[in-house]
Design a protein. Structure first.
Length: 175
């Protein structure tokens, strides 16, 4: 696509949508989104991901197609227009944070947005395209700060004896 965002096509504010998640989204996912992805998605993309995350359907029960909301609801929540929403969604898709699926039934056209967890830092920083794009957005100094933020803490265990209890010692079987 040569750096151009895809055409909105037939997306309409009246089209419905449902949200599901392919991955478990944790507080750590939130931290990764904030540090690594927000500079790439921009404020609207970041907000869109969070709005969708609050709507993730419970995996314990199937999605009910009639529970879909119109895209106009999303646009209103974002305080943006349809084009801005589409650009934000496109960025989330390009970063593999959202996969979008479209279908039409007797009620009308609807989309299912499948959320994906962000890459762990070690995987993110091993992707040259992501790392370079982040560098372009935040600069060298901030990129190094972000790398240091996610650097694993360790200590030199030389000379130490591990005295930790194993499972059967910590939880002895009752007789």
């Amino acid at each position: 696509m040569n750096g151009q965002v895809a055409n909105i096509g037939s997306l309409s504010p009246q089209d419905g949508f449902l949200v599901t998640s392919a991955d478990y989204l944790s507080a750590y996912s939130e931290e990764l989104l904030t540090y690594l992805y927000q500079p790439l998605t921009g404020a609207v993309g970041f907000a869109l991901y969070h709005i969708l995350q609050t709507l993730v359907h419970s995996t314990s029960q199937p999605m009910v197609l009639s529970d879909r909301l119109p895209h106009n609801w999303l646009i209103t929540m974002l305080g943006e227009d349809l084009t801005t929403f589409f650009v934000a969604r496109s960025k989330l898709e390009a970063l593999d944070l959202v996969q979008s699926y479209c279908k039409t039934d007797q009620i009308g056209t609807y989309y299912v947005y499948e959320l994906h967890a962000p890459l762990p830092p070690q995987e993110f920083f091993h992707e040259p395209l992501l790392t370079e794009f982040l560098r372009e957005q935040v600069g060298d100094h901030r990129l190094e700060q972000i790398r240091q933020h996610f650097k694993k803490q360790s200590f030199d265990r030389t000379g130490y004896t591990n005295v930790s209890q194993d499972f059967t010692t910590g939880f002895p079987a009752e007789v």
